[in-house]
Design a protein around this ligand. Structure first.
Ligand code: DNO
Length: 357
């Protein structure tokens, strides 16, 4: 396991590389070209510039989150092969730059969805939250405006204003994309990119749908252990793997996180580890990483990753906003840094206990 930290890039993140470098045990960042347009190939010189900037701070790039998959590929439009070729070019350029893990998602229209970005907790910290009731009460074309006010001026990943401006057209584009079609389009995409992944040893790590159920009637396919097994079997190449995101699979209380880790042994290429607190099965908020602050047994999750030989990058995920920090919701420095150290503490204890046996 390699502890890492997400960094959105200069100009997009309130956290600096220097600050990340000072978090104990963190030597790598998970980053992206945040202003890249989905569907366009990433130029080698832009990747090289990002890499030099990261390396100049004493860190390295441990993986990309995300190379976004454009709607044409998800929907399966007649010109999708052109966009897949661009994706292959991007992977080639990343492979040439020595980058071996790429996180992506296959969610239609919206990426992860929350209904509040700053719910106040008793200790005065704020967290992101979701209630199905709030989703059901708000028109999908209005949700971006309702959240925008709490973004602290940052652009949330997957919620770019240009994209949200055409949300109606996006809904139309996906109108006949049922789960089967979406799954087939994912398999088509993966089969096409596997040769370049084999060539450069790039692990593809699909991010789950968050929340792990259909929102606004849009198809969602990366939601459970069964769906994941179906996916890894459909394209049975070790480079076709997953991002195990506890906070996303964990939204559905029917998902057994530990069992899912065991079932996906060897195909988990990236781990997002965070905690949730439930007020009801359809009303949850994000918590500190510590087990006692939420409803997940973080020890059992980390132990399952350890016991299944997980050796990829792990990162703390959405944190609370604490100590008066002003940052992108979920992506401040302080609470995620606490999370990174806590997770490493769990790992160290598990590792030492295993070795002393
Ligand atoms: C939210 C993130 C997601 C994730 C993408 C991966 O905070 O976990 O935006 O990065 O779904 O493509």
């Amino acid at each position: 396991m390699e502890m890492t930290f997400r960094w959105f890039g200069t100009g997009f993140d309130s956290v600096s590389l220097k600050q990340i470098r000072q978090i104990p045990g963190v030597e790598g960042v998970i980053t992206t070209l945040y202003d890249s347009v989905p569907g366009e190939a990433w130029e080698a010189d832009k990747i090289a510039a990002l890499k030099s900037e990261v390396e100049a701070s004493g860190l390295k790039i441990s993986g990309i989150e995300s190379v976004n998959v454009c709607d044409e590929i998800k929907v399966g439009t007649p010109d999708r092969d052109r966009y897949i070729d661009n994706y292959i070019k991007t992977l080639t350029n990343l492979g040439e730059a020595g980058i071996h893990m790429v996180c992506y998602n296959f969610m239609p229209v919206f990426d992860w969805t929350r209904t509040e970005l700053a719910r106040k907790r008793k200790d005065g910290s704020t967290v992101m939250a979701y209630t199905q009731e709030a989703i059901d009460a708000i028109d999908p074309t209005k949700i971006f405006d309702s959240l925008n006010a709490d973004c602290n001026g940052y652009i949330l990943p997957g919620w770019e204003p240009e994209r949200m401006a055409k949300v109606k057209a996006l809904f139309e584009m996906y109108s006949d994309v049922d789960e089967k079609k979406l799954f087939d389009n994912l398999v088509y995409f993966l089969k096409a990119i596997m040769p370049v992944c084999d060539k450069y040893d790039i692990n593809m790590a699909i991010h789950p749908d968050d929340p792990a159920w259909s929102v606004y009637g849009l198809s969602r396919i990366i939601t459970s252990k069964e769906q994941l097994l179906k996916l890894v079997q459909a394209v049975d190449n070790p480079h076709n793997g997953i991002t195990f995101c506890t906070g996303s699979y964990g939204t559905n209380l029917n998902n057994d996180l530990v069992e899912t880790i065991y079932a996906l042994k060897g195909r988990i290429h990236f781990a997002h580890v965070r905690n949730l607190k439930f007020n009801s099965p359809t009303d949850f908020e994000e918590a500190a990483h510590l087990s006692s602050d939420g409803d997940f047994d973080m020890y059992a999750i980390v132990k399952a990753l350890y016991d299944t030989g997980f050796d990829g990058p792990m990162r703390p995920d959405h944190g609370r906003m604490i100590w008066d920090e002003v940052a992108m919701p979920g992506y401040g420095l302080y609470d995620r840094a606490l999370g990174a150290v806590y997770l490493q503490g769990l790992w160290e204890a598990i590792d030492k206990s295993a070795k002393n046996k």
